[in-house]
Design a protein around this ligand. Structure first.
Ligand code: PMP
Length: 362
């Protein structure tokens, strides 16, 4: 057997063990081809079938209609910060941004290169510890889209209901919570997500785009910056990150075996509750960064009474095989990233460790 730890890194993040084992088992001979999936031409029928099946599975899992296209891109979510406004924003038009974290802020900053950016809300002064109420959102009169970050990885906050923007398409960075819960896709014109948290390894970025929005894209862009290129060529205009896409395929198959998005959501709620309950019952020893009703099911952020205790916590947790718990430097403290692939047992082990640490140090 292997030595596997409980890995709470924020991304790249833990992957389901059966996925890693399946990849290992057919690493040198993919589906009886006599070749590794890494060695197969992206122009081969076998590869294209794999990629198409990956897109189909994603559409089924997210229950998205045929008016959406699933694209496989590179450049991470960070390239999408620029590619979205490059395609849809012009100097005479405005896009609205809901700034609930530093990735949302980066996305808004990139959009400024292409057109007017209206910040409909910004919770930075409160160190992004909450998701705003609908009444706080001050939209511009006629935005081309409204951009939000569904889960703020660094701060541990998550939109639990998405704002109603009528006919204005929502654009969402779902890098850190895609496929973790069901949601109605219809208001979304575009969704993007780097794979390395809930979908697979780094290297591929998923873009889901609605046809009516696609039709409005700027055609006068370099070919690799146009969504249209990837739609027209089935994400095979140039060489896609084939191995990463194969890994996403395995993760999606695994997710289907788990019962799909509804089932994983239920488990994610149970997992997060284990840790939040310890925080809430610690008499103030553990202090959550996020406001209670903004709490994320994916990233649990909390502080201890002193930085010395926080360092001691990380050291002791590491010794117990609980890895990657140090928080992001802009929040400090601890962060447990508990994406779909983190088991209930892993969350239970962390919750038990936290109780024990409190008993010894509280
Ligand atoms: N958006 C969110 C919500 C993220 O969590 C991250 C990565 N931590 C990014 C964007 C940046 O993603 P990438 O590194 O794939 O560019």
């Amino acid at each position: 057997m292997y030595e596997r730890v409980y890995n709470f890194y924020p991304g790249p993040a833990t992957l389901p063990l059966p996925v890693l084992e399946a990849a290992r088992d057919e690493l040198v001979n993919f589906q009886s081809s006599g070749m590794s999936v890494m060695e197969i031409s992206h122009r081969s029928k076998q590869y294209e079938a794999l990629q198409n099946d990956t897109a189909d599975r994603l559409k089924r899992l997210l229950k998205i209609g045929d008016n959406y296209k699933v694209l496989f891109l590179q450049g991470g979510a960070s390239l999408q910060f620029a590619m979205v406004p490059m395609n849809f924003l012009t100097p005479d038009k405005t896009a609205d941004y809901l700034v609930t974290g530093s990735f949302a802020e980066k996305a808004a900053d990139e959009a400024k290169y292409f057109g007017q950016v209206h910040t409909a809300v910004n919770t930075k002064e409160e160190n992004f510890r909450r998701i705003p109420d609908p009444a706080e959102l001050k939209f511009s009169p006629n935005p081309v889209y409204v951009h939000l970050t569904s889960n703020n990885t660094i701060y541990g906050t998550q939109w639990h209901t998405f704002p109603d923007c009528g006919d204005v398409p929502l654009v969402a960075d779902m890098s850190s919570d895609i496929l973790s819960r069901p949601f109605d896709v219809k208001p979304f014109g575009l969704i993007y997500a780097g794979a390395q948290k809930n979908l697979g390894p780094a290297g591929v970025t998923i873009v889901i785009i609605r046809e009516d929005l696609l039709a409005k894209a700027n055609p006068n862009l370099p070919v690799m910056y146009r969504y249209e290129t990837f739609v027209k060529h089935n994400s095979l205009y140039n060489t896609p990150p084939t191995f990463s896409i194969y890994m996403v395929w395995l993760v999606l198959k695994w997710l289907e075996e788990q019962g799909g998005v509804e089932a994983i959501h239920k488990r994610n709620q149970e997992k997060a509750a284990l840790i939040y309950d310890v925080i809430d019952q610690s008499g103030g020893f553990y202090r959550g960064h996020a406001e209670k009703n903004s709490r994320s099911l994916m990233n649990v952020t909390f502080r201890l009474p002193s930085t010395e205790l926080e360092e001691k916590f990380v050291r002791a947790a590491t010794e117990e095989g609980l890895i990657g718990l140090k928080g992001h430097r802009s929040v400090g403290g601890l962060r447990a990233s508990i994406y779909n692939a983190m088991s209930y047992e892993g969350c239970k082990a962390l919750a038990d460790f936290m109780k024990d640490f409190l008993a010894k140090n509280g």
